[in-house]
Write a protein that binds this ligand. Structure first.
Ligand SMILES: [Zn+2]
Length: 363
């Protein structure tokens, strides 16, 4: 089986277009931006109800820096497997200097192949680990439950306990898979990009804050960060791709009270794997590579300046797990029930089921 598909968590060609639109409009839509994330105000307002008791104080903004610890792009290809691991010491130095906790979502096979690297990260950093599938196969030509169980086994063999958090490769998770995750003992999932990517997913109707996916009343979905209304993923690959227009925008855009900012080692460190990408992928993934570390420092500073404290995904889960109410009983089929939804989501309601394509990992 070929596993040479690039990870789909990365930007797509359409995003370049989006970036242009963003650059053109970022000075004119502040009021639109300002109004949605008043999801916080909704929380505050709703907290007066006996049935909604958010533990997460609207003033306590939390940022979780996550890293998907995985093969670069070319699993099973001699000479190109996990090349970014050459930079582990640089990464540790960077995170120590920034003094932030990191949450790793680690691929099962990566755990099996590089146990020493995982142990080094664990020993050197304020960090925690969750599961990022077993083999990072973006084709979905496999049984999900089997894949998850293999991942759990790899995780448990290494850490001596089962993972409580899951992230699907390229955010590609089907509605019925949430229940499987719950049944396999996961407390939370963090796969959903509440954004839109043609042919991959359409999650504009999904909340920007944690919610219970339809069909489960236990598993908590902690979505990846995205900007309110404009729904641009708050991830390092997008910041790298879009560059200064996104930086300019983020300085004043309203942000969700919980920001899950995702990174990859291949976002930060250039290796021979980057040179093996074709022209288009190379453009997307190598853009601003020379200032990637600087951009990452900038993101951390921005979040700090904007009043975020940094925590782990488990801390985010703890903050939200006992919450109940409209946001967390979110019904994908019932627009009217969404207390925190702005009109953009309502407008985007049509055809909102996630789209999944076997080719979605390819660009
Ligand atoms: Zn991944």
């Amino acid at each position: 089986m070929s596993r040479s598909d690039p990870q789909g968590e990365f930007p797509q060609p359409d995003d370049v277009e989006n970036a242009s639109v963003l650059a053109a409009t970022s000075t004119s839509n502040e009021e639109l931006i300002a109004s949605e994330y008043d999801g916080r105000n909704s929380l505050r307002k709703d907290s007066s109800s006996d049935t909604i008791k958010p533990r997460f104080n609207p003033e306590d903004n939390l940022a979780c820096i996550t890293l998907d610890l995985e093969n670069d792009w070319y699993f099973d290809e001699s000479g190109y497997d996990h090349l970014t691991f050459e930079y582990i010491d640089d990464y540790i130095e960077l995170i120590q200097e920034l003094d932030i906790p990191v949450t790793f979502f680690v691929v099962g096979r990566t755990l099996e192949q590089f146990p020493d690297v995982i142990d080094t990260l664990d020993a050197e950093l304020d960090c925690e680990f969750h599961l990022h599938s077993y083999q990072h196969d973006t084709s979905k030509d496999y049984d999900f439950r089997t894949e998850v169980r293999r991942g759990i086994d790899a995780f448990e063999n290494h850490f001596g306990h089962r993972p409580i958090g899951y992230r699907a490769p390229q955010g590609n998770i089907e509605p019925h898979e949430f229940e499987i995750l719950k049944n396999e003992g996961f407390a939370f999932d963090s796969s959903i990009f509440p954004s839109y990517r043609p042919g991959v997913y359409s999650n504009l109707d999904k909340p920007l804050t944690p919610y219970r996916p339809k069909g489960t009343n236990e598993l908590l979905e902690i979505p990846l960060g995205a900007t309110p209304r404009t729904r641009i993923p708050l991830s390092h690959s997008y910041l790298k791709l879009i560059g200064w227009p996104f930086q300019s925008y983020l300085r004043r855009a309203s942000l969700p009270p919980l920001v899950v900012y995702n990174t990859h080692l291949q976002d930060l460190y250039r290796t021979d794997s980057h040179e093996k990408l074709d022209q288009l992928k190379g453009f997307l993934f190598k853009r601003n590579m020379d200032r990637s570390e600087e951009l990452f420092r900038w993101s951390v500073s921005l979040l700090r300046d904007r009043g975020y404290s940094f925590g782990t995904m488990t801390e985010a889960y703890e903050a939200y797990k006992e919450s109940s109410g409209i946001e967390l009983a979110y019904d994908e089929s019932d627009v009217g029930s969404r207390a925190t939804m702005g009109e953009a989501e309502v407008d985007a309601k049509n055809g909102s089921e996630p789209l999944h394509s076997k080719e979605s990992g390819n660009i």
